[in-house]
Design a protein around this ligand. Sequence first.
Ligand code: SAM
Length: 429
Amino acid sequence: MSRTQANWSADGSYLPPIDPHTKAKHQILETYLENLIFTLYGKGRYGETTFTFIDGFCGGGMYDDKDNNIEWEGSPIRIIKAIREGYKKSRRKYPLNVKFIFIDNNQNHLDCLKNYSMPKAGLGELVDEQLHEYNGEFGKLLEECEFRCSEFENLVNECVWKIDIRKGHSFFFLDPFGWTDVSMNSINKIQSLKGSEILYTYMIDYLKRFIIGKQGQDKITFNKLLEAEGYYESADLSRLDKVGEQCYFRNESMRLFRDKGNTKYVFTFSLIPKGDVRVLYYLIHLSKNLTALEVMKETFWKENNLVFQYYFDLYGYGFKTADFYEEMQTSLMFNITKNSYDFCLEKLDNELGELIHNNQDGIKFREICHETMERNPASKEHYTRYINILRNEKQIEVWRNGKIVTGNKIILQRNDIIKLTGFKQLSFF
Ligand SMILES: C[S@@+](CC[C@H](N)C(=O)[O-])C[C@H]1O[C@@H](n2cnc3c(N)ncnc32)[C@H](O)[C@@H]1O
């Protein structure tokens, strides 16, 4: 039911080995958070100044990277450092207030984090749970850590309550060993907060084994915890090939979290183990905020190396290790020769073209993003380019404050209205 469980000794004398997909997960986490701070705090005149980060399954903070003979920093350390980087990049004069709550149900793991890993990473002063001022060159960065030894589920209400009082933006990193540690009810509560996001490790491969077998107690627990009655049930799985099966599980997972998770936007990263074709787990990003989804896509579209996922109208990016193509059966390659840029524009042409065509009196850019952002690999920049191509071909007009916007390349704003020019066919491919 759970992946190989990492264990930390309290004094850091034993650190678990790091694997490649945990490294990829860390890369996603830290790059995203740095960009999130830069976007929400650093951009615009009055950015967000209060943030709370909850690492609900934080672990001991350091791994043994045996291949490279070094230590590899874990999620709590990476979160703190990513926020500092985002803050430095922002160069803002007004203060940024950040609280980190680190939760683990194993006291040894928390001890290792506080007494070994954080001091080793140069963050030793933060373990006293007091407010500290980080010496940036710009406005103040105020940081405070809280460490809690508990089951995550038992602290969800408290966390939500604290964030509600603090206000501002919150981000939950939920990285359990298995699928039984986070309930849909908790996801719902978190998502009821204004400005909250979740990055959740969803262990689809373990789930799959028992979903296919549909066995007794596991199934009851699953349905109860994840409110999944009526999901993962309709397909004749034995008739699907490996890829079809993956697609089915992914679509059902998206449907489940969208319906039951009180969330607006669901975006996934598929993490595929070395030398395998199956998804071991999804990192699922849940948010109610279009900006958060845009930051996610902008940050990672270049690194995404699972283009084929989009051939099935599935959503999200994927990460695979370098030897993936060598080991992958050629039948799974789908003869993809297009580069990802053309692929994005083609996808947009299908989706946006239809949407614009069906709204001949005009549709807001915000509405276009809302309808389509989860379903294609394109970033906001691709949307801008695509719409500018259509404008320059005089297929559409962009209206702002009652006037047509002119110029070769315009930067789109959320309230801009996209209208068809006449009734020409919308397609340039
Ligand atoms: C996969 S490890 C976390 C790794 C860490 N997020 C990282 O990337 O460095 C999972 C951690 O969750 C803890 N854990 C397991 N079940 C838990 C629960 N129900 N509540 C809180 N922590 C739990 C384990 O002790 C372990 O330290």
